[in-house]
Write a protein that binds this ligand. Structure first.
Ligand SMILES: Cc1cc2nc3c(=O)[nH]c(=O)nc-3n(C[C@H](O)[C@H](O)[C@H](O)COP(=O)(O)OP(=O)(O)OC[C@H]3O[C@@H](n4cnc5c(N)ncnc54)[C@H](O)[C@@H]3O)c2cc1C
Length: 404
């Protein structure tokens, strides 16, 4: 099977979209090409397959540091679309390269941290360190309002935070966790917690995919949080704004992975045809290939549109990001399911990169928002918006009960 190279992603998938997504030539395309080449180089130097005996998370951290050393980690200073395309390129090489560019969840610290907190963490994150996020609890990741992790005040103003967070990625690799918790008054808040705090305890769980970063349970036992560590703003507002910008990156990573699978499958089919393995390609192969290309392209465009809305602070950004993440990642999973049979049993080998892509894509249905919950949230906002529009013309008694 042909080796997957990040650089191929640009020529094959992104160049044809360029006049549409970057009509004013605002994007630094040479930088994107340099990033793709650096990812290919770093992924060769630090292979992340578990079989090689080194921990994948350490290799991924090394890749981040390598990109930082080349001045290519930072995606700020570019339009938000750049980060989307950068993550598409990363996903194309390997979905485990999610969060290999930019600040990742550290964007919460950059955007909502005070100056001391930003001074402490942002240079470290831009030098290659990693930020994790700890939201999900036993009460369900789709219901952060039910957060039980709680802070109690101490006389010097420090909070002591105790609770348990489930299904946390970057469990061993993160240098800092953005933890969502109940403040002493019961409101939802977020704070940056140094991963080296002795009150943090980790229980690793083996995931079925997305095994690059360690994953599992993060227990907090009276972890100190100083006033400077607390992010400014209400927890739910920060969560919504952050994920409006972050989910398009996840979508692009997923679509990049599926695009690599598409290219591998079509190359294998073309090769089989050219070498006489099959005299004529059946419509049963041509039809899913044609459909898959259109599905992936539309998914990537959806992510690009959502990122642009989030960047501009558009009031509909949250629902676009939620809906396009769920739809784009669903499409990527569907494409993978449709195309895998076309390479036959060779694609079912345990060491097949296609099998890895499928497993990783499966994880992205849950990570960063489970899809039924995202569609529901987006649907509710669309209905609420319709109701708001209607409400200016109709008395309350005639409004749709769905807005309640
Ligand atoms: C690979 C991976 C990485 C992850 N990384 C992180 C991370 O770094 N940080 C983090 O905080 N989380 C992380 N998560 C967790 C992820 O965000 C959650 O899995 C997701 O938000 C869904 O939460 P849950 O699994 O608790 O499921 P739930 O929220 O319990 O949902 C499960 C199902 O129950 C349904 N449901 C919920 N409430 C109701 C109800 N009242 N009535 C009927 N049905 C209901 C939901 O719609 C859904 O279908 C990760 C998950 C994965 C798989």
């Amino acid at each position: 099977m042909t080796a997957i190279s990040s650089s191929d992603a640009i020529g094959t998938w992104l160049e044809p979209l360029r006049p549409l997504i970057d009509p004013a030539s605002r994007l630094d395309w040479p930088r994107l090409a340099a990033l793709a080449a650096a990812i290919d180089g770093a992924a060769e130097t630090y292979p992340i397959a578990a079989e090689i005996g080194r921990r994948p998370g350490e290799q991924l951290r090394a890749i981040r540091i390598e990109l930082a050393n080349h001045g290519l980690l930072d995606t700020d200073g570019q339009p938000a679309l750049f980060a989307v395309l950068a993550q598409f390129v990363c996903g194309y090489r390997d979905i485990d390269l999610r969060d290999c560019t930019g600040l990742g969840h550290g964007a919460l610290v950059a955007r909502y941290g005070g100056s001391a907190l930003r001074r402490h963490w942002i240079p470290r994150l831009l030098a290659g360190e990693l930020a994790g996020i700890a939201i999900t609890e036993a009460t369900g990741g789709s219901n952060p309002a039910a957060t039980r992790t709680r802070a109690v005040s101490t006389p010097d103003g420090t909070w002591h935070v105790t609770g348990s967070k489930n299904w946390i990625s970057r469990l061993s690799e993160a240098a800092v966790f953005v933890v969502f918790l109940r403040d002493p008054d019961g409101g939802l808040a977020a704070a940056a917690v140094d991963a080296g705090e002795p009150g943090l305890h980790r229980r690793l769980i083996a995931p079925a995919g997305l095994a690059g970063w360690d994953w599992g349970i993060l227990d907090l036992d009276s972890v100190p949080v100083r006033p400077d560590d607390v992010l400014r703003g209400k927890g739910m507002t920060l969560l919504r704004r952050h994920f409006a910008g972050y989910r398009p990156l996840v979508t692009a990573t997923a679509v990049g992975g599926a695009a690599a699978l598409f290219d591998s499958v079509t190359a294998a089919l073309a090769d089989r045809h050219a070498t006489g393995g099959v005299a004529r390609l059946r419509d049963t192969a041509l039809l899913p290939v044609g459909r898959a290309h259109a599905q992936l392209t539309s998914a990537l465009l959806g992510a690009a549109a959502a990122a642009a809305l989030a960047e501009s602070g558009h009031p509909r950004a949250e629902r676009w990001s939620a809906g396009t993440k769920a739809n784009g990642t669903d499409l990527a999973n569907r494409v993978a399911a449709d195309l895998m049979p076309l390479v036959g049993a060779a694609g079912f080998r345990a060491d097949s990169p296609l099998i890895k892509i499928r497993r990783d894509l499966g994880g992205l249905i849950y990570a960063d928002g489970i899809h039924d919950s995202l569609y529901r949230a987006a649907g509710r906002q669309h209905i609420a918006h319709a109701d708001t529009v209607t409400s200016s013309r109709q008395p309350a008694s005639q409004r749709s009960p769905l807005s309640a």
